[in-house]
Write a protein that binds this ligand. Structure first.
Ligand SMILES: [Zn+2]
Length: 341
């Protein structure tokens, strides 16, 4: 095997056609480049992840015929995320942000895609691009999500500060996200299908959260730690993640550097993975389908007697890879994708 690729669904619903298209690309790439496949269940958002969806991911993949070499689930990895956070904090690369969602929307400009570009309101004044300088002070320590839950911090959802008094939370315990200090630097990266991009995460989103106000690790953080820790060499995913790539490269490099001396983490040496973002399933106006618009799950197809071969054929036709919607076995479906990789 010459590397590792991952299939990384979030268990916030049943798998649908969008996931199936991603899976076909991932397994086609694995076949083409002789890669191990790692199934990563991305349940970092504990508010939305459900056990029944986790079970269904494994069952649906087995039914479709996708086999994998290893598996991990993000909710098992909190200790590693906490350690990485501590390494970043020791280098002054993380700070608490007390801005409410309402404030973030009102006080910051937005990108073309509507994303908030954080202007650094809570960034310590003594910060530099290589971190926050703490003259003579000890490195900040961030308590774990579990500590937060125990302290009742977790239940504080309301944005209005008045309500916080009922919990008697000291100032430092007010709801906050943790943001990472992003350098003002253009990242040059190459997509195997779409070519070279030059992007500056500072301009795209500014300092971004690695832990949210509810105490959950963010998608960006968990993905970067896992890709690094699991030695992922190839990242294939939908074009909807395209503008996360530069910031993930920046954060992964930061993590790799900050954790270098910690042999107990067992991180392999960092090498930037190859990236490929595949097209999405779109509606007749060219708009990406939302989760709701992916009207039915693969599970429902299975229950109504549709075969995996019928699903593969229909999907490849729908995205313009096949000329007709003839039922297609998995191997043949992968072969059709390999031709366009
Ligand atoms: Zn803030």
């Amino acid at each position: 095997m010459s590397g590792t690729i991952r299939f990384a669904p979030s268990p916030t619903g049943y798998l649908h056609e969008g996931h199936l298209l991603s899976a076909l690309f991932v397994w086609a790439a694995a076949k083409k480049w002789n890669l191990r496949v790692h199934l990563r269940i991305e349940d970092h958002d504990q508010g939305r992840a459900r056990k029944e969806y986790i079970d269904s991911i494994r069952e649906d993949l087995a039914w479709l015929g996708f086999t994998y070499d290893s598996e991990s689930i993000q909710s098992d990895r909190s200790e590693i995320y906490q350690r990485v956070l501590q390494h970043l904090a020791e280098r002054g690369l993380v700070y608490p942000c007390y801005c409410s969602r309402k404030q973030l929307l009102a006080e910051n400009p937005r990108s073309e895609t509507g994303e908030v570009i954080y202007q650094g309101k809570c960034r310590p004044k003594c910060s530099t691009e290589s971190g926050i300088e703490k003259p003579g002070g000890s490195p900040p320590s961030f308590h774990s999500v579990e500590d937060d839950i125990r302290a009742g911090f977790h239940s504080v959802e309301d944005d209005s500060l008045e309500n916080h008094s009922i919990f008697r939370i000291p100032d430092s315990e007010l709801p906050h996200s943790l943001r990472v200090v992003v350098s003002d630097k253009v990242i040059e990266w190459c997509d195997e299908r779409l070519g070279t991009f030059y992007e500056n995460p500072k301009k795209q989103c500014g300092d971004f959260p690695i832990r949210d106000r509810d105490g959950y690790w963010t998608y960006q953080f968990a993905v970067c730690v896992d890709d690094l820790a699991q030695g992922i060499t190839h990242i294939i995913r939908g074009e909807d993640i395209l503008n996360s790539t530069a910031r993930q490269i920046a954060l992964t490099e930061m993590i790799a550097d900050a954790c270098q001396g910690d042999a107990t983490l067992h991180f392999p040496p960092y090498q930037r993975p190859k990236y490929l973002h595949h097209p999405l399933i779109v509606d007749s106006t060219g708009k990406k389908l939302s989760k709701r618009e992916h009207a039915h799950s693969l599970r429902q197809d299975k229950e109504t007697g549709t075969t995996p071969e019928q699903l593969f054929g229909r999907l490849l036709f729908k995205v313009g890879i096949a000329q007709s919607d003839t039922p297609t076995p998995l191997d043949a479906a992968l072969g059709q994708i390999i031709r366009i990789l």
